[in-house]
Design a protein around this ligand. Structure first.
Ligand SMILES: Cc1cc2nc3c(=O)[nH]c(=O)nc-3n(C[C@H](O)[C@H](O)[C@H](O)COP(=O)(O)OP(=O)(O)OC[C@H]3O[C@@H](n4cnc5c(N)ncnc54)[C@H](O)[C@@H]3O)c2cc1C
Length: 382
């Protein structure tokens, strides 16, 4: 396996990094902990489209760039390094444009172009107040009523949910008399769902929302994946997305290492820069090694997906280990800053809050370990 970058990747990444520094860094700095309004959020995503991060995973026949996963992961790593918040919005575009490209033709004809051009925003509704890790425990019901489904229930933690124009909703389908299992249905805001943004520790410049469905009437033709097949399809989507999330967490870790290095060279104690002290160098070396280890795991997972041979166990190892390593790196970056590490004007203070999201979003560390444990023992513990 060779992870050295080819010429095309080098050019793409170098151009992307220049764009991030000139166009995204100033926004990230100004809007740290401050909500970016919808129009502006969509405009930022439009400017990211040419680099392939928004809908780059969509096939060329569907109007996408058909990027390989390794390249996509490297780009998302750089984006999260500059703005974890904007990267989350972009990643949701990555998932929703991918879900859309697998939707029936009539739905693609109606919704795909505007989504891929970032004229609309979509969200993914899996988690519920009583069902996070236990995805199969979905309570939201979609009950058949003539040519429609009537939806009742609640979703939560929907990234981009607060300003979503539509949501891919995982629901328990019923034909009116009996349950059919989990299906995926596209629900427009016009159909009548309500949203409420959640205030989080970090990532507050993008929306994470609760979504309420009270007798929301949705045409039956909006079914994206019919029951009972949605669980399998969503697990497949998450397995592709988890190494990307890991690359993003490690991007935040890289930003923290960058900050720690610069601080350690400037800060003088006991007659010289702390960068010259052996215990600080130990930390810096460990941080750099952890990032390298996590990236190698994620790149292997992405390469396996590119080769058409995804390995769910390796993905689970990558997700839990890589995101936990990222948290450890940021923790050490704060330590290197001393008391300054908890002051708002220092970026590491923010990175320390932002990275904490990653060991549970898209499947917690514990659930990833249970997947690995099941493969090792043949016994499912969940
Ligand atoms: C910023 C952010 C964005 C998100 N975006 C989205 C989104 O767009 N769409 C969406 O649907 N969801 C989204 N989520 C939700 C995310 O996927 C869930 O947080 C995650 O699935 C875990 O669910 P939970 O938080 O309800 O924790 P729970 O499932 O309640 O788990 C609580 C704790 O118990 C542990 N646990 C649970 N079951 C077991 C078990 N069997 N054995 C051992 N330990 C166990 C967990 O690991 C965890 O530590 C987002 C979350 C955040 C924070």
């Amino acid at each position: 396996m060779d992870f050295s970058l080819n010429e095309e990747q080098v050019i793409l990444l170098e151009g992307f990094k220049r764009f991030l520094e000139s166009d995204i860094r100033p926004i990230a700095d100004e809007y740290r902990d401050k909500f970016i309004p919808k129009d502006m959020a969509l405009d930022i995503q439009k400017r990211l489209i040419p680099f392939g991060v928004v809908n780059g995973m969509v096939s060329e026949s569907d109007g996408g760039m058909d990027l390989d996963q390794v390249t996509y992961g490297l780009l998302m790593h750089e984006l999260a390094r500059v703005s974890p918040d904007i990267a989350v919005t972009t990643q949701i575009y990555g998932i929703t444009t991918k879900l859309m490209s697998a939707a029936p033709k009539h739905l693609k004809a109606k919704y795909q172009r505007d989504l891929m051009d970032c004229n609309t925003a979509a969200s993914v509704g899996l988690s519920e107040p009583d069902g996070g890790s236990d995805m199969a425990g979905v309570k939201l019901r979609a009950k058949k009523d003539g040519d429609n489904y009537i939806l009742n229930g609640e979703k939560t933690w929907n990234s981009s949910g607060g300003y979503s124009d539509f949501i891919f909703v995982l629901a328990n389908f019923s034909d009116g008399s009996s349950d059919q299992g989990l299906g995926l249905i596209l629900v427009e805001r016009n159909h009548g769902y309500q949203t409420k943004d959640l205030e989080k520790t970090a990532l507050n410049s993008q929306s994470t929302a609760q979504v309420f469905f009270n007798d929301v009437k949705v045409p039956a033709e909006n079914v994206v994946v019919s029951a009972p097949n949605a669980m399998k399809s969503m697990l497949g989507t998450l397995a592709m997305s988890r190494p990307i999330v890991t690359m993003m967490a490690l991007g935040i870790a890289q930003a923290a290492l960058d900050e720690a290095l610069s601080f350690a060279k400037d800060r003088k104690q006991f007659g010289g820069p702390i960068a010259g002290k052996q215990m600080i160098q130990d930390k810096l070396a460990t941080m750099a090694t952890k990032i390298e280890a996590g990236k190698l795991m994620a790149l292997k997972a992405l390469d396996q997906i590119d080769r058409g041979a995804p390995d769910q166990v390796h993905v689970a190892m990558t997700k839990w280990y890589g995101t936990e390593l990222a948290c450890e790196v940021v923790y050490d970056a704060v330590q290197i800053h001393g008391a300054s590490g908890i002051i708002r004007e220092y970026l590491v203070e923010y990175l320390n809050r932002a990275v904490r999201v990653f060991p549970f979003t898209e499947g917690t560390t514990e659930i990833q370990k249970l997947i690995i444990g099941r493969a090792l023992t043949g016994i499912s513990a969940f």
